[in-house]
Design a protein around this ligand. Structure first.
Ligand SMILES: [Zn+2]
Length: 230
């Protein structure tokens, strides 16, 4: 049983980028700490405290089957400039005593995602591996590990749909396409879904497959008797 700490920048990031892997980890008995760094107050046409409160509720609903999220309440859209962000994030990580951290990558598309990635890397130090989640629609991301999320895909879409303030169909559509594509990259049979991850490579965290849930199933690509590709 591992302590898994998942940290997303915004109230719907855990659902969009890593829900399936977290559900698979919970199913095998891992303990999950779910952390949302910013309050999401800028993520809508009427920014402000009311939106932040709504988004907090949406996050609690979206993640209900995985656990109760910690909402750090840091400023949305300004994580890199928030004077207390580094300390607040570091303290949350320390308290969770992680064996594995899952978060965004420093190459991600959103400034808050990139800022969070740097804070998390500094906070983790040499303590544990950091698994970096796929980007939106997989843009610019080179996967190293794939997790079969097929049994959790319906729950993932439901979790994303809890974010009613975000026009969430955009993100369920993106997840369905990206996660199907990632499974297809593994040559998994039709109907499978996968999330893709890469490792922030630091000694001694160079191959952590033994810590991850199963990869998608593989179907033989070449059928010797028929000379046909399947
Ligand atoms: Zn985000």
């Amino acid at each position: 049983m591992l302590n898994i700490t998942a940290i997303g920048a915004h109230p719907d990031d855990l659902e969009i980028f890593m829900y399936g892997c977290l559900a698979a980890m919970k199913a095998r008995g891992d303990r999950l700490t779910l952390i949302v760094a910013t309050d999401g107050a800028k993520g809508g046409s009427e920014p402000g405290p009311a939106l932040a409160a709504q988004r907090a509720e949406e996050t609690q609903k979206g993640l209900a089957d995985l656990g109760k999220p910690q909402l750090l309440g840091l400023p949305d859209g300004a994580l890199v400039m928030a004077p207390d962000a580094r300390q607040v994030i570091t303290e949350a990580i320390n308290a969770s005593q992680p064996d594995v951290i899952i978060t965004h990558g420093p190459e991600d598309y959103h400034p808050d995602h990139r800022a969070l990635a740097h804070y998390v890397q500094d906070a983790a130090g040499f303590r544990c591996p950091i698994l970096i989640a796929d980007t939106l629609m997989g843009v610019g991301f080179q996967p190293e590990f794939y997790v079969d999320i097929t049994p959790h895909m319906v729950a993932k879409e439901k979790a994303i749909m809890a974010h009613t303030s975000q026009m969430p169909h955009r993100f369920t559509d993106a997840a369905r396409i990206t996660n199907r594509f990632r499974a297809a990259q593994c040559n998994a049979p039709d109907g499978h879904y996968a999330e893709a991850y890469r490792l922030e490579r630091r000694f001694p965290f160079t191959d952590i497959r033994c810590l991850l849930p199963d990869a998608p199933p593989y179907r033989p690509f070449y059928v010797p008797d028929s000379d046909a590709l399947i």
